[in-house]
Unconditional design. Structure first.
Length: 287
Protein backbone atom coordinates (compact mmCIF):
# COMPACT_ATOMS: atom_id res chain seq x y z
CA UNK A 1 0.00 0.00 0.00
CA UNK A 2 2.98 2.31 -0.15
CA UNK A 3 2.52 3.45 -3.74
CA UNK A 4 0.95 6.77 -4.63
CA UNK A 5 -2.22 5.70 -6.47
CA UNK A 6 -3.61 8.48 -8.60
CA UNK A 7 -6.53 6.66 -10.22
CA UNK A 8 -8.26 4.05 -8.12
CA UNK A 9 -11.50 2.16 -7.59
CA UNK A 10 -13.45 2.46 -4.33
CA UNK A 11 -14.75 -0.51 -2.39
CA UNK A 12 -17.94 -2.31 -3.46
CA UNK A 13 -20.79 -3.90 -1.56
CA UNK A 14 -21.63 -7.59 -2.00
CA UNK A 15 -23.79 -6.83 -5.05
CA UNK A 16 -21.00 -4.98 -6.81
CA UNK A 17 -22.28 -1.46 -6.14
CA UNK A 18 -19.55 1.10 -5.61
CA UNK A 19 -19.31 2.63 -2.14
CA UNK A 20 -18.78 6.02 -3.73
CA UNK A 21 -21.22 8.53 -5.12
CA UNK A 22 -22.49 7.90 -8.65
CA UNK A 23 -24.56 11.03 -9.13
CA UNK A 24 -25.90 9.97 -12.51
CA UNK A 25 -27.76 7.11 -10.79
CA UNK A 26 -29.12 9.19 -7.91
CA UNK A 27 -32.22 11.37 -7.57
CA UNK A 28 -30.29 14.35 -6.21
CA UNK A 29 -30.76 13.15 -2.63
CA UNK A 30 -27.84 15.01 -1.06
CA UNK A 31 -29.15 18.17 -2.75
CA UNK A 32 -32.66 17.59 -1.41
CA UNK A 33 -32.69 15.56 1.78
CA UNK A 34 -29.87 17.24 3.68
CA UNK A 35 -29.90 20.69 5.36
CA UNK A 36 -27.09 23.23 5.31
CA UNK A 37 -26.51 26.70 6.73
CA UNK A 38 -24.89 29.80 5.28
CA UNK A 39 -21.19 29.56 6.17
CA UNK A 40 -17.75 29.31 4.59
CA UNK A 41 -18.97 26.03 3.07
CA UNK A 42 -22.40 27.11 1.82
CA UNK A 43 -23.64 30.34 0.32
CA UNK A 44 -27.14 30.09 1.78
CA UNK A 45 -29.44 28.27 4.19
CA UNK A 46 -31.37 25.21 3.06
CA UNK A 47 -33.78 23.15 5.14
CA UNK A 48 -33.83 19.34 5.16
CA UNK A 49 -36.23 18.02 2.52
CA UNK A 50 -36.06 21.22 0.49
CA UNK A 51 -34.44 20.72 -2.93
CA UNK A 52 -31.58 23.12 -3.63
CA UNK A 53 -32.52 25.77 -6.18
CA UNK A 54 -29.49 24.69 -8.24
CA UNK A 55 -30.93 21.18 -8.70
CA UNK A 56 -32.10 20.70 -12.29
CA UNK A 57 -34.95 18.57 -13.61
CA UNK A 58 -32.52 15.74 -14.44
CA UNK A 59 -31.23 15.78 -10.84
CA UNK A 60 -27.91 17.26 -11.88
CA UNK A 61 -26.40 20.39 -10.34
CA UNK A 62 -26.78 23.44 -12.56
CA UNK A 63 -23.61 25.07 -11.20
CA UNK A 64 -21.48 21.98 -10.70
CA UNK A 65 -18.38 23.39 -12.37
CA UNK A 66 -18.59 26.64 -10.38
CA UNK A 67 -19.54 25.37 -6.93
CA UNK A 68 -16.44 26.60 -5.13
CA UNK A 69 -16.47 29.97 -6.84
CA UNK A 70 -20.12 30.45 -5.88
CA UNK A 71 -19.55 29.58 -2.22
CA UNK A 72 -20.67 25.94 -2.21
CA UNK A 73 -17.41 24.32 -1.20
CA UNK A 74 -19.30 21.93 1.07
CA UNK A 75 -20.91 20.32 -1.97
CA UNK A 76 -17.50 19.53 -3.48
CA UNK A 77 -16.37 17.85 -0.27
CA UNK A 78 -19.37 15.59 0.34
CA UNK A 79 -19.41 11.91 -0.60
CA UNK A 80 -22.38 9.65 0.18
CA UNK A 81 -20.47 6.33 0.03
CA UNK A 82 -22.90 5.24 -2.70
CA UNK A 83 -25.97 5.60 -0.49
CA UNK A 84 -27.68 7.88 -3.01
CA UNK A 85 -27.70 5.43 -5.89
CA UNK A 86 -28.54 2.49 -3.58
CA UNK A 87 -31.63 4.27 -2.27
CA UNK A 88 -32.64 5.54 -5.70
CA UNK A 89 -32.11 2.41 -7.76
CA UNK A 90 -32.48 -0.45 -5.27
CA UNK A 91 -34.69 0.68 -2.37
CA UNK A 92 -37.06 2.68 -4.60
CA UNK A 93 -36.40 0.60 -7.76
CA UNK A 94 -35.68 3.64 -9.92
CA UNK A 95 -38.90 5.53 -9.14
CA UNK A 96 -37.92 9.13 -8.41
CA UNK A 97 -39.64 11.47 -5.97
CA UNK A 98 -40.62 13.98 -8.65
CA UNK A 99 -42.62 11.44 -10.60
CA UNK A 100 -44.10 10.07 -7.40
CA UNK A 101 -44.20 12.96 -4.89
CA UNK A 102 -45.76 10.69 -2.25
CA UNK A 103 -42.37 9.00 -1.81
CA UNK A 104 -40.40 12.23 -1.34
CA UNK A 105 -40.78 12.71 2.42
CA UNK A 106 -39.90 9.12 3.27
CA UNK A 107 -37.06 8.97 0.76
CA UNK A 108 -35.49 12.09 2.24
CA UNK A 109 -35.93 10.76 5.79
CA UNK A 110 -34.27 7.39 5.16
CA UNK A 111 -31.36 8.80 3.13
CA UNK A 112 -29.26 9.63 6.26
CA UNK A 113 -29.83 6.08 7.52
CA UNK A 114 -28.58 4.62 4.25
CA UNK A 115 -25.61 7.01 4.35
CA UNK A 116 -24.57 5.84 7.83
CA UNK A 117 -24.89 2.19 6.81
CA UNK A 118 -22.80 2.72 3.68
CA UNK A 119 -20.15 4.53 5.69
CA UNK A 120 -19.91 1.45 7.93
CA UNK A 121 -19.66 -0.76 4.83
CA UNK A 122 -16.69 1.36 3.73
CA UNK A 123 -14.87 0.83 7.02
CA UNK A 124 -15.68 -2.88 7.14
CA UNK A 125 -14.52 -3.44 3.56
CA UNK A 126 -11.27 -1.66 4.35
CA UNK A 127 -10.80 -3.75 7.50
CA UNK A 128 -11.28 -6.99 5.57
CA UNK A 129 -8.67 -5.88 3.04
CA UNK A 130 -5.99 -5.69 5.75
CA UNK A 131 -3.88 -8.82 6.21
CA UNK A 132 -3.18 -7.95 9.82
CA UNK A 133 -6.87 -8.33 10.73
CA UNK A 134 -6.99 -12.02 9.75
CA UNK A 135 -7.64 -13.04 13.36
CA UNK A 136 -11.02 -11.25 13.31
CA UNK A 137 -11.97 -11.71 9.64
CA UNK A 138 -14.93 -13.93 10.53
CA UNK A 139 -16.37 -11.30 12.85
CA UNK A 140 -15.74 -8.55 10.31
CA UNK A 141 -17.39 -10.52 7.50
CA UNK A 142 -20.41 -11.24 9.68
CA UNK A 143 -20.71 -7.54 10.53
CA UNK A 144 -20.42 -6.59 6.86
CA UNK A 145 -23.11 -9.11 5.87
CA UNK A 146 -25.46 -7.83 8.59
CA UNK A 147 -24.90 -4.22 7.54
CA UNK A 148 -25.45 -5.05 3.88
CA UNK A 149 -28.73 -6.77 4.73
CA UNK A 150 -29.91 -3.63 6.48
CA UNK A 151 -29.25 -1.58 3.32
CA UNK A 152 -31.53 -3.94 1.38
CA UNK A 153 -34.55 -3.42 3.63
CA UNK A 154 -37.69 -1.81 2.22
CA UNK A 155 -38.30 1.88 3.05
CA UNK A 156 -40.67 1.20 5.96
CA UNK A 157 -38.17 -1.16 7.58
CA UNK A 158 -35.27 1.21 6.95
CA UNK A 159 -37.08 3.87 8.96
CA UNK A 160 -37.08 1.54 11.97
CA UNK A 161 -33.34 0.77 11.91
CA UNK A 162 -31.53 1.88 15.08
CA UNK A 163 -28.44 3.25 13.39
CA UNK A 164 -26.80 4.41 16.62
CA UNK A 165 -27.02 0.95 18.16
CA UNK A 166 -25.69 -0.73 15.02
CA UNK A 167 -22.85 1.79 14.72
CA UNK A 168 -21.87 1.21 18.36
CA UNK A 169 -21.73 -2.53 17.71
CA UNK A 170 -19.57 -2.11 14.59
CA UNK A 171 -17.33 0.41 16.33
CA UNK A 172 -16.21 -2.26 18.81
CA UNK A 173 -14.81 -4.22 15.86
CA UNK A 174 -13.27 -1.13 14.27
CA UNK A 175 -11.48 -0.39 17.56
CA UNK A 176 -9.96 -3.87 17.42
CA UNK A 177 -8.84 -3.21 13.85
CA UNK A 178 -7.32 0.10 14.93
CA UNK A 179 -5.38 -1.52 17.76
CA UNK A 180 -4.00 -4.24 15.48
CA UNK A 181 -2.88 -1.76 12.80
CA UNK A 182 -1.45 0.84 15.16
CA UNK A 183 0.38 -1.72 17.30
CA UNK A 184 2.12 -3.05 14.19
CA UNK A 185 2.99 0.48 13.03
CA UNK A 186 4.41 1.40 16.42
CA UNK A 187 6.41 -1.82 16.56
CA UNK A 188 8.46 -0.60 13.61
CA UNK A 189 9.34 2.67 15.33
CA UNK A 190 12.68 3.12 17.07
CA UNK A 191 11.19 5.69 19.42
CA UNK A 192 7.93 6.21 21.28
CA UNK A 193 5.10 7.41 19.04
CA UNK A 194 3.18 10.59 19.74
CA UNK A 195 -0.06 10.08 21.60
CA UNK A 196 -3.30 12.03 21.37
CA UNK A 197 -6.62 11.71 23.12
CA UNK A 198 -9.76 11.03 21.08
CA UNK A 199 -11.07 14.27 19.58
CA UNK A 200 -7.75 16.04 20.15
CA UNK A 201 -7.80 19.77 19.46
CA UNK A 202 -5.09 20.21 16.83
CA UNK A 203 -6.63 23.16 15.02
CA UNK A 204 -3.86 25.04 13.25
CA UNK A 205 -1.20 22.79 14.81
CA UNK A 206 2.30 22.73 13.34
CA UNK A 207 2.88 19.05 12.58
CA UNK A 208 5.09 19.58 9.56
CA UNK A 209 7.22 16.49 8.85
CA UNK A 210 5.88 14.89 12.06
CA UNK A 211 6.25 11.14 12.52
CA UNK A 212 2.67 10.13 13.31
CA UNK A 213 2.93 6.46 12.45
CA UNK A 214 0.46 4.47 14.51
CA UNK A 215 -1.11 7.60 16.00
CA UNK A 216 -4.68 7.56 17.26
CA UNK A 217 -6.24 10.62 15.61
CA UNK A 218 -9.86 9.47 15.91
CA UNK A 219 -12.11 12.50 15.76
CA UNK A 220 -9.15 14.88 15.91
CA UNK A 221 -9.74 18.51 14.95
CA UNK A 222 -7.03 19.10 12.37
CA UNK A 223 -8.64 22.15 10.77
CA UNK A 224 -5.96 24.24 9.00
CA UNK A 225 -3.20 22.18 10.63
CA UNK A 226 0.18 21.96 8.88
CA UNK A 227 0.86 18.30 8.09
CA UNK A 228 3.16 18.89 5.14
CA UNK A 229 5.49 15.92 4.77
CA UNK A 230 4.03 14.14 7.80
CA UNK A 231 4.16 10.35 8.03
CA UNK A 232 0.68 9.03 8.87
CA UNK A 233 1.14 5.38 7.95
CA UNK A 234 -0.78 3.17 10.33
CA UNK A 235 -2.61 6.13 11.87
CA UNK A 236 -6.33 5.83 12.71
CA UNK A 237 -8.05 8.80 11.05
CA UNK A 238 -11.70 7.89 11.53
CA UNK A 239 -13.78 11.05 11.88
CA UNK A 240 -10.76 13.38 11.83
CA UNK A 241 -11.63 16.88 10.60
CA UNK A 242 -9.35 17.69 7.68
CA UNK A 243 -10.89 20.97 6.58
CA UNK A 244 -8.07 23.03 5.04
CA UNK A 245 -5.47 20.69 6.54
CA UNK A 246 -2.22 20.98 4.57
CA UNK A 247 -1.34 17.45 3.45
CA UNK A 248 1.12 18.39 0.73
CA UNK A 249 3.81 15.73 0.57
CA UNK A 250 2.25 13.79 3.46
CA UNK A 251 2.18 9.99 3.47
CA UNK A 252 -1.30 8.63 4.23
CA UNK A 253 -0.83 5.54 2.08
CA UNK A 254 -1.26 3.06 4.94
CA UNK A 255 -3.48 5.11 7.24
CA UNK A 256 -6.82 3.58 8.13
CA UNK A 257 -10.45 4.70 8.05
CA UNK A 258 -9.76 7.69 5.81
CA UNK A 259 -12.59 8.68 3.48
CA UNK A 260 -12.92 10.57 0.22
CA UNK A 261 -14.83 13.35 1.96
CA UNK A 262 -11.97 13.95 4.38
CA UNK A 263 -9.47 14.11 1.53
CA UNK A 264 -11.72 16.40 -0.51
CA UNK A 265 -11.75 18.88 2.39
CA UNK A 266 -7.96 19.01 2.69
CA UNK A 267 -5.14 20.66 0.75
CA UNK A 268 -2.80 18.30 -1.06
CA UNK A 269 -0.57 17.94 -4.08
CA UNK A 270 0.90 15.36 -6.43
CA UNK A 271 3.32 14.22 -3.72
CA UNK A 272 0.57 13.38 -1.22
CA UNK A 273 0.37 9.60 -0.88
CA UNK A 274 -3.16 8.23 -0.53
CA UNK A 275 -4.64 4.82 0.31
CA UNK A 276 -5.45 2.78 -2.83
CA UNK A 277 -9.25 3.17 -2.52
CA UNK A 278 -9.16 6.99 -2.61
CA UNK A 279 -8.83 9.38 -5.54
CA UNK A 280 -6.88 12.60 -5.79
CA UNK A 281 -9.29 15.60 -5.68
CA UNK A 282 -9.41 17.72 -8.82
CA UNK A 283 -8.73 20.91 -6.86
CA UNK A 284 -5.34 19.54 -5.78
CA UNK A 285 -4.12 19.78 -9.35
CA UNK A 286 -3.99 23.57 -9.08
CA UNK A 287 -2.03 23.60 -5.82
Amino acid sequence: MSENHKFTEPYKDKNGHYLKAECESCFGLCCSALPFSASVDFAMDKAAGQPCHNLQSDFRCGVHTDLRALGFRGCTVYDCFGAGQKLSQVTYTGEDWRKNPKTAKQMFEVFPTMWHLHELLWYLNESLNLDITHSIHVELQTALDETEQLTLLNPDSLQKVNVDAHRAKINLLLLQVSELVRTEARRKLKKASRTFSRGADLVGANLKNADLRGANLRGAYLIAADLKGANLRGADLIGADFRDTDLRGADLSESIFLTQGQINAAIGDDLTKLPPALSRPEQWLSV
